[in-house]
Design a protein around this ligand. Structure first.
Ligand SMILES: *Cc1c(COP(=O)(O)O)cnc(C)c1O
Length: 334
């Protein structure tokens, strides 16, 4: 396999003190609702507000001296991670994004000192811009998920979870390209194969879920979702995350846009936290009973960088229009 526990332990030493040791806190409300302990791994406490700093930093720190700069194609959080990591190493960063990315995410990346290049209407088209920068300007591309250094960096979350709570029954991981889920699963299965690692995605355009069902990566339509961080495909030549997820994930689960809305409200009103739709799919899986467990469950709250206008509408019970779909507003507790 392309990523092992040894790689994750090595990554832990590389990023120590910069992007690690996030809190694991109990959720009294979810614990009561689920009938077993529920713990939240707060990657929202990272300096960029999302876990993606771990993988990006591990990859950027591995680059040779004299590297011209870095680039990536990102729906937001990976771009923030690459921008922050490049600034730590004093490197130029150019972040490529599609027109569908919310303005707040673009502003956030510029504030971290990176250049933003907007190209096309899909992740694939933004990718073309990054590929061109590599060919024409000699920048090094840091992939958002399908890269051994990135996967190893995200996998440190698995080490921290088991160090804090070796008695976990299940770990629920928001799943898109699978760098996070693959990294966590490699770490956890190496230490305790009995702990379940379950990937959770939205039911519109869930690339890894569809690929696992088909037995190979398949093209999925990119559609707007409350979980915009979980959009996008696996890439036409996926080399690592598909194989690792197929080998090490116990299961994948899908949740609806309404489930995600409800989970954002629960995290906000009960646990008093702001998180994006993609970060709360594990909570949605628990609230809907799509995942049940016999013991303590941890879910990774992956990011706190939602478009705040959209977030405010969700928590105040207003409708949210997403492309061809309207997520109906619902007052919390109604
Ligand atoms: C990127 C991202 C994910 C999914 O990570 P993958 O490694 O692509 O599966 C989940 N949540 C948030 C907030 C993200 O930014």
């Amino acid at each position: 396999m392309s990523v092992t526990l040894a790689d994750i332990l090595a990554a832990q030493r590389v990023i120590r003190g910069q992007a690690d040791m996030t809190p694991l806190v109990p959720s009294p409300f979810l614990t009561q609702r689920a009938g077993h302990e529920v713990l939240l791994k707060l990657e929202i406490a990272q300096p960029i507000g999302a876990f993606k700093l771990r993988g990006a930093l591990n990859a950027v720190m591995a680059l040779p001296k004299g590297t011209a700069g870095v680039t990536c194609c990102s729906t937001g959080n990976h771009g923030r991670g690459v921008a922050y990591s490049a600034r730590l190493r004093g490197l130029r960063a150019v972040i490529c994004m599609s027109e569908l990315v919310p303005q707040a995410k673009i502003d956030g990346i510029r504030a971290l000192g990176a250049e933003v290049l907007i190209h096309g209407r899909s992740q694939d088209e933004a990718q073309e811009a990054a590929t061109r920068l590599v060919a024409e300007e000699g920048l090094v591309e840091i992939p958002p998920f399908d890269d051994p250094k990135v996967i190893a960096g995200q996998g440190i979350i698995g080490l921290e979870l088991l160090e804090a709570r070796p008695d976990l029954n299940s770990i629920l991981v928001p799943l898109s390209g699978g760098g996070l889920a693959a990294g966590i699963a490699v770490a956890v299965k190496a230490m305790d194969p009995d702990i379940r690692v379950i990937g959770v995605s939205m039911d519109r355009g869930a690339a890894m879920h569809a690929a696992l069902a088909a037995g190979h990566p398949v093209a999925v339509d990119e559609v707007a979702s409350l979980a915009d961080s979980l959009g996008g495909g696996l890439g036409t030549d996926n080399r690592h995350t598909f194989a690792l997820c197929r080998e090490f994930l116990d299961e994948t689960v899908l949740v609806s846009e309404d489930d995600i809305r409800d989970a954002m409200q629960v995290l906000y009103y009960e646990d008093r936290m702001v998180a994006e739709g993609g970060a709360v799919v594990g909570i949605a899986a628990l609230l809907t009973g799509k995942v049940t467990a016999r013991g303590p469950v941890a879910t990774v709250i992956t990011g706190r960088n939602p478009d705040m206008k959209m977030f405010t509408r969700i928590v105040t019970g207003q409708d949210v229009a997403l492309g061809d779909l309207v997520v109906k507003g619902k007052a919390y507790g109604a």
